[in-house]
Design a protein around this ligand. Structure first.
Ligand code: ADP
Length: 171
């Protein structure tokens, strides 16, 4: 299974994959961080579509087209805001990975790229978030043929190092 995972440092908006995952907020109307970058690159039609979708609860995922992005699809998922760990944050974050992968499989997506959901503005501790990302991905790939390939796109060296370390332990 190891060979189905790739960890890279880079910008998710540049990934030539079937689907990229957006760390969105519940409104799906765009925001800062990776969400802002995805909307800027995809162009205004993305906002038109996500406005029609009408929002997304924390832990769930919604699909849109990718418009001007190289990726065909954007899977919008809403990570939990870290509030100390007693507000179901871990299960909600696990749900983001599970539901995004499920949406990808339903679309027949072969390759998908994930950012590090919730670890920016939403302040989820990076190590624990990375363990959850990898654990859920391993479980899903164990029982599903698609996506064939999962790329974790790390923004900055700290995220990259953490992903590489956690990968060694979990896969
Ligand atoms: P959240 O609100 O879910 O915490 P953020 O966008 O603030 O989302 O941060 C999530 C992660 O995405 C952080 O690690 C941040 O550095 C990273 N990130 C920001 N821009 C990009 C980008 N263009 N490509 C990939 N990752 C990005």
């Amino acid at each position: 299974m190891k060979e189905r995972i790739k960890i890279i440092e880079g910008d998710i908006t540049k990934q030539e994959v079937d689907a990229i995952v957006n760390a969105a907020n519940t409104s799906l109307l765009g925001g800062g961080g990776v969400d802002g970058a995805i909307h800027r690159t995809a162009g205004p039609e993305l906002l038109e579509e996500t406005r029609k979708i009408g929002g997304c609860p924390t832990g769930e995922a919604r699909v849109s087209k990718g418009y001007l992005l190289p990726a065909k699809w954007v899977i919008h998922t809403v990570g939990p805001v870290w509030a100390g760990g007693h507000k179901n944050e871990e299960n909600l974050l696990a749900g983001c990975y599970r539901n995004s992968l499920k949406a990808a499989a339903e679309l027949g997506v072969k390759s998908i790229a994930f950012p590090s959901i919730s670890t920016g503005a939403y302040r989820f501790p990076l190590n624990r978030a990375t363990e959850i990302a990898m654990t859920e991905t391993r479980k899903f790939l164990g029982t599903n043929e698609n996506p064939e390939k999962v790329i974790f796109v790390c923004f900055g060296e700290k995220v990259l190092k953490t992903y590489q370390q956690v990968f060694q332990r979990i896969f």
